[in-house]
Write a protein that binds this ligand. Structure first.
Ligand code: SF4
Length: 386
C-alpha cells in the first residue's frame, strides 16, 4: 500500500531570532502579504496532483504570527490543488508569546486540528538563556487556551541540556509538562548549530555547556519519566500519549513521514521536498523566493537524487531513530540484500551489550542504545554492503 504523502508549509517570520535557532526566518514582516500570495501560487503550480495526502504541517519560523484568515487561506489552497483523506492531520506550530484564546478559537475554526506549542521550558532562567519571547506562564496559558479552544491533539516542545540546568530542574519541567496533559511531548537536546549566536558565544567561552555525562543522564531521566506517565517513546526525541488500543494515534503523523521515506512536498523559502528518491529545496531567502515565483520561475535552488548508498545510510539512520526500528523485510526487498547476514557480527556484538534487539522482523535500539544512536548508526553504515 502506498503511504499518503504530506504537505509542509514554511512560514519564515519570527518576532525575534532565538540565539540557538538555525531554521530560516526573518524578523522583518514587510513581505508578509507578498509571501502569502507567493506560497499560494507555488502550491497551485505543483505538478504532484496525483498524490494522496493525509497531513499538512505549517512550521517555520513562527506560523502563529499569521492570523487565522491567512492560515485558513493556505489550507484552502492546499485543499483546492491536492487530494486529502477525510481525517487529514493539520498541524500548526505556535509560539506561546503570539497567541490568545480568541486567535486559537479562530485557528480551530479554520480547520487546524493539531497544535505544536514551542513551550521549551517552564523555567524563567532557561527561557531567558534561550532568548524566548514568552514567559513560563505563557507556556501553560497556551496549552490551557488550546484546550478551551477545542483542540484535542496538542503537542509541546521542550529543550534540555541547557547550561546550569540540573536533573532536578529538568524533572520539574517534565512534571509541569505532564501536568498540563498534552497528547504529545517532544524533548530536544540543545545543540549548538554552526552560524548561530549561541554557537559563537560558546566558542567565546560565554557559558559552559552541559557535560555529555549529564545530558545522557537527562535523556535517560526523560525516557523513564515520560514512559512511566503513560507516554510512548516512539522516536528518539518524541513521546505520544497512548489512546486506547491505537498506540500510534497521537504520534505526529507528519513527522513519521520524514523517518520513513514517505513523500513530502515543501512550500515556502528553505522548504525541502522528497518524492521518489529525489530531494529538492527552495531558496532560503524570502525576497528571492517571492521574486522567483512572481517572475514565473522555480524557487528551487538545489536538488539531489539519492544514490543506493545514500538510501541505505538514511534508512539505517532514520530507522534507528524510531523505536519501531528498521523493518528488515523492507530493507532486504529495497536493496536486494540479507540484512541479518550482512550485519550478523555487529548485531551479535550490540545485542550482547544490550544496545539493540532484533525481533518481529525489526532491528531497533533499546533505551540504552538510544543514548548512543549516532555512534551505533555509524557502525552499521561502516559495514560494506555490496
Ligand atoms: S521562534 Fe522558533 S523558528 Fe523563530 S527563531 Fe525562535 S526557535 Fe527559531
Amino acid at each position: 500500500m502506498v503511504e499518503p504523502a504530506g504537505v509542509y508549509l514554511h512560514i519564515p517570520f519570527c518576532i525575534r531570532k532565538c540565539p540557538y535557532c538555525d531554521f530560516y526566518s526573518v524578523t522583518d514582516f514587510s513581505l508578509k502579504k507578498a509571501f502569502i500570495n507567493s506560497i499560494r501560487k507555488e502550491m497551485k503550480s505543483s505538478p504532484f496532483v496525483d498524490l494522496c495526502f493525509d497531513t499538512i504541517y505549517i512550521g517555520g519560523g513562527t506560523p502563529s504570527t499569521l492570523d487565522a484568515k491567512d492560515l485558513g487561506s493556505l489550507i484552502e489552497t492546499a485543499y483546492s490543488g491536492f487530494k486529502f483523506v477525510d481525517d487529514t492531520e493539520i498541524t500548526v506550530e505556535i509560539n506561546p508569546g503570539t497567541i490568545s484564546l480568541k486567535s486559537l478559537k479562530q485557528y480551530r475554526k479554520s480547520g487546524i486540528n493539531r497544535l505544536s506549542i514551542g513551550v521549551q521550558s517552564f523555567n524563567a532562567l532557561n527561557l531567558g538563556f534561550l532568548g524566548r519571547i514568552h514567559s513560563a506562564k505563557d507556556g501553560s496559558f497556551a496549552v490551557d487556551s488550546a484546550k478551551k479552544a477545542g483542540f484535542e491533539n496538542i503537542g509541546i516542545d521542550l529543550i534540555y541540556g541547557i547550561p546550569n540546568q540540573t536533573k532536578k530542574s529538568w524533572l520539574l519541567d517534565l512534571k509541569q509538562a505532564v501536568g498540563v496533559n498534552p497528547e504529545h511531548i517532544s524533548c530536544y537536546m540543545l545543540s549548538f548549530e554552526p552560524g548561530t549566536k549561541m554557537e559563537k558565544d560558546r566558542k567565546k567561552g560565554c557559558f559552559k555547556p552541559m557535560t555529555e555525562c549529564l545530558t545522557g543522564d537527562l535523556f535517560e531521566t526523560t525516557m523513564g519519566f515520560l514512559t512511566s506517565h503513560g507516554y510512548e517513546h516512539y522516536e528518539v526525541s518524541n513521546f505520544a500519549r497512548k489512546q486506547g488500543k491505537d498506540t500510534r494515534s497521537f504520534q505526529s503523523r507528519h513527522n513519521l513521514k520524514y523517518w520513513s521515506f514517505t513523500p513530502c512536498l515543501g512550500f515556502g523559502p528553505s522548504a525541502h521536498s522528497f518524492v521518489d528518491s529525489k530531494r529538492w529545496w527552495n531558496y532560503p531567502d524570502v525576497k528571492k523566493y517571492i521574486d522567483k515565483i512572481e517572475a514565473g520561475k522555480s524557487p528551487v535552488c538545489g536538488q539531489e537524487k539519492l544514490s543506493r548508498q545514500q538510501k541505505i545510510i538514511e534508512m539505517i539512520y532514520l530507522g534507528l531513530r524510531t523505536t519501531r526500528g528498521i523493518c528488515i523485510d523492507t530493507f532486504d526487498k529495497k536493496f536486494n540484500t540479507d540484512f541479518k547476514k550482512i550485519f550478523k557480527e555487529l548485531i551479535f556484538d550490540l545485542e550482547a551489550k544490550g544496545s539493540i534487539k532484533v525481533s518481529d522482523n525489526r532491528c531497533f535500539l533499546t533505551p540504552k542504545g538510544m543514548l548512543f544512536l549516532d555512534s551505533i548508526a555509524s557502525l552499521f553504515i561502516a559495514v560494506d554492503i555490496k
